[in-house]
Design a protein around this ligand. Structure first.
Ligand code: MTE
Ligand code: HPA
Ligand code: MOS
Length: 756
């Protein structure tokens, strides 16, 4: 298919023409909202005094839980999250009141005048402590395959350890925000920076106490979401909607960066234990892990995130005996939430840690352990899905073939033999990521297609453009089905009145789900157009094709083109609009058995990460990341490469420099860009080489082009292991990449020779 870059998209961003929430021209009489949030992580509120703030010039109203017209509740999966704190505070940053003023500045000044008296309660920030105290949001879940208990006896080597990962700030360039306008019939129209327009609509309806049809949510685009706006855009939208509903005035909130960082949840920190057993050939016989997920103070999406940790606990390895358990631990941090990878990276880090541990202890290369255990066609995941279209080994082998891993290793060894101050490390990071919402019922979407009488096309889908290139792909889909120039297709904003009951744009599945719905809608219109054309040309519909805006009859060019056909069809009263629907076929999951076939397909890849560590200064540089990725049959190279680069850098930031710090009182210390460091131009890899695995793609992927949003984040995990890689003491020139008998000498009985 033609690879297009729709000229408006990127160009609009770089010329500042894209309209984000804060760029929407404000209506006359617009008021500005600002949340007053809890200055403690766990406490009883004994007194709240807003009188001075309410008297500040410009302040119109201060709302608290008492003003909520519907339910003071925003919990999506579990109703455990009040919009406003009532009598108790559960995390530092929890909204307590909402100041509405005639200017942002008045609201900021007034906020300083609110006083609160608290009776402090014990604060938990550590998930293991939460588990010990029985603070679990849902009961633990276990995925089991085979029988690990009996398997340990058959292992030649068994290792146990602990692996922890910290949280991560989403740092979307556009902060959270919403702008609500009261409309006729006591209704609300709201622009929201959300990945989940329907989640916002449902939450507002609940908080206001009105049916969903009275709430219209409109989203043009986001300046990034990364999961942080899948669920957590709803609170801010509900606050401004409530204000607009009560005051009958437009109300806007575009959050200050520090407010956003303090009040919103992040990637879940995890603290995990593992046990891994190998046979004498270093095949993994058994794997057990216990994951402690730091969920924060309310469920939010944590139970779903926790589930994906279990799904991805074995990464791309075939392991016959698996027993993995996860605990969703309630702490007094802001509720943690979706973040690119959705718990998958946290699970994958643990098994990579277990493999690195074994490699280090046995003096064998982690690379060789990884390679020997890659999944193959027909391997069974712990959740019962039988792997098909498996590209784990194909990606690995092509990485080796393209980049010559032995050579890279021996170059490192040669360098390390000579250098005492600097050492080079290499790690390989294979990935396997399941595509579909793990919650099967969420895997459906709709799209509304209008062909206007001049031949131009307007498309609405349930998908949200957040920088991932969705709109570009949607233009390509419509243009391809109709075989028209992409410039004829316009993607409209995402609007709950045009496309209803949407799943959030998440799980990397947005283009697949919405794209297939769009294809279905376009195909239905196309069928009517062919019927019309066949009548005009005295032919039959199956003889008609449209190619490059020209109508062909039996493969022969005719005088009829797209514009003429549309004009004729319209005046012949042919319906030129359609709503397409798509639901992923063949997926299911039984939570009572923890078995099923939850994913439409998996995405694979292998990255080789090369670093240099300055052992004197304690600094490091990422020399190169060379990877082979399973894109399927790519529909847009530029979009896909952007996703790989962005995902990789976001992943390595999480694994290396980004550090979320809460003190033991639950106060966020890394609360600004000065105290929270993300990768910049100096810290990104000096070289990123991306090779596509040549394949025919997957039929359940949009136009066989596989989902690409989240998987590349996990390549970043390789950076951690490359930095950690110990100097294996190999003499220069040993290309085996292992401490083999030849080079290491006889004697040490824990040395395994894997050179055959
Ligand atoms: N890329 C950009 N530029 N901005 C984003 O917010 N979100 C990521 C990923 N890539 C994101 C992004 C996340 S968390 C997901 S789930 C997917 O995009 C969502 O989009 P998709 O389903 O269309 O891949
Ligand atoms: N990924 C992202 N978001 C989700 C998922 C998922 O698997 N399930 C529910 N929300
Ligand atoms: Mo992405 S974490 O599924 O929004």
């Amino acid at each position: 298919m033609r690879q297009v870059l729709v000229p408006t998209r990127g160009a609009y961003h770089v010329t500042g023409k894209s309209v984000y929430l804060d760029d929407i021209p404000v209506q006359q009489g617009t008021l500005y909202a600002l949340p007053y949030d809890a200055p403690s992580a766990h406490a009883h509120i004994t007194k709240l005094d807003v009188s001075k703030a309410a008297a500040y010039p410009g302040v119109v109203r201060i709302l608290t839980y008492k003003d909520v017209t519907g339910e003071n509740q925003i919990g999506g999966i579990i109703p455990d999250e009040p919009l406003f704190a009532e009598h108790e505070i559960h995390f530092w940053g929890m909204p307590v009141a909402l100041i509405i003023a005639t200017s942002e500045d008045a609201a900021v000044q007034a906020r300083k005048l609110i006083t609160i008296e608290l009776e402090e309660l014990p604060v938990i920030t550590d998930p293991r402590e939460a588990r010990a105290k029985g603070e679990l949001i849902i009961p633990p879940r276990t995925f089991n395959l085979g029988d690990t208990t009996n398997a340990w006896a058959n292992c030649a080597h068994v290792f146990e350890g602990r692996a922890d990962t910290n949280g991560q700030e989403h740092l979307y360039i556009e902060t959270q925000g919403a702008y609500a306008y009261p409309t006729e019939h006591d209704s609300i129209r709201i622009a929201s920076s959300t990945q989940g327009p329907t989640a916002v609509q449902r939450t507002i309806a609940r908080v206001l106490g009105v049916p969903m049809h009275r709430v219209e949510v409109d989203v043009t685009r986001l300046g990034g979401g990364f999961g942080g706006k899948e669920d957590q855009a709803s609170a801010w939208a509900a606050l401004v909607a409530l204000a607009a509903f009560i005051l009958k005035k437009p109300v806007k909130l575009a959050m200050h960066r520090m407010d956003d960082m303090r009040m919103t949840g992040k990637r879940h920190p995890y603290s995990s234990d593992y046990k891994i057993g190998f046979d004498k050939d270093m095949k993994i016989v058994a794997y057990e892990a216990t994951f402690h997920q730091n969920a924060g103070a309310a469920a939010d999406l944590s139970p779903a995130v926790m589930e994906r940790t279990l799904f991805h606990a074995t990464n791309s390895y075939a392991i016959p005996n698996v027993h993995v358990t996860a605990y969703c631990c309630r702490t007094n941090l802001p509720p943690n939430t979706a973040f690119r990878g959705f718990g998958g990276p946290q699970g994958m880090f643990v098994i990579e840690s277990a493999i690195a541990h074994a490699a280090d202890k046995l003096g064998v290369s982690a690379r060789e352990i990884q390679r020997r255990n890659l999944m193959v066609e027909g391997s069974e995941f712990s959740y019962g899905q039988i792997a098909d279209h498996v590209n784990a080994k194909a990606c690995w082998d092509l990485t080796d073939q393209k980049f010559d891993l032995d050579k890279l290793q021996s170059q490192n060894n040669a360098f390390n033999a000579k250098s005492t101050t600097h050492k080079k490390g290499m790690a390989i990071m294979p990935i396997c990521f399941g595509i579909s919402f793990t919650n099967t019922p969420m895997n459906h979407a709709r799209a509304l297609v209008h062909v206007y009488q001049d031949g131009s096309v307007g498309v609405s889908t349930g998908g949200v453009e957040m920088g991932q290139g969705l709109n570009t792909k949607m233009v390509q889909v419509a243009a391809a089905v109709f075989s028209i120039d992409p410039s004829r297709v316009k993607i409209e904003s995402t609007n709950t009145s045009r496309v209803a009951n949407t799943s959030p744009s998440a799980a990397s599945a947005t283009a697949d789900l919405n794209g297939k719905a769009l294809e279905n809608g376009c195909n239905a219109i196309l069928a009517r157009l062919k019927e019309k054309a066949s009548r005009m040309l005295n032919s039959t519909p199956d003889e008609i094709t449209i190619a490059d805006e020209r109508v062909l009859n039996n493969g022969q060019r005719t005088d009829l083109d797209w514009k003429k056909l549309i004009h004729a069809a319209h005046w012949d009263r042919v319906n030129l609009s359609e709503s397409g629907h798509y639901a992923t076929p063949n997926i299911h999951f039984d939570k009572t058995k923890e078995k099923g076939h939850p994913f439409a397909y998996h995405v694979y890849g292998t990255a080789a990460v090369l670093v240099t560590v300055d052992c004197i200064r304690g600094t490091y540089a990422i020399d190169a990341v060379k990877l082979v990725h399973d894109f399927g049959k790519r529909m847009n190279d530029a979009v896909d490469i952007g996703q790989i680069e962005g995902g990789l850098v976001q992943g390595l930031g999480w694994m290396t420099m980004e550090e979320i710090v809460y003190n033991d009182k639950g106060k966020l210390l890394s609360n600004a860009l000065s105290t929270y460091k993300v990768p910049d131009i100096h810290s990104v890899p000096k070289e990123i080489t991306i090779e596509a695995l040549p394949t025919d793609g997957h039929p359940l992927a949009i136009r066989r082009s596989k989902a690409v949003g989240e998987p590349p984040l996990m390549y970043g995990i390789g950076v951690y292991f490359a930095i950690q890689e110990r100097d294996q003491g190999l003499p220069a020139g040993c290309a085996h990449g292992v401490r083999c008998a030849v080079h290491a000498g006889e004697g040490a009985d824990d040395v395994v020779c894997m050179t055959l």
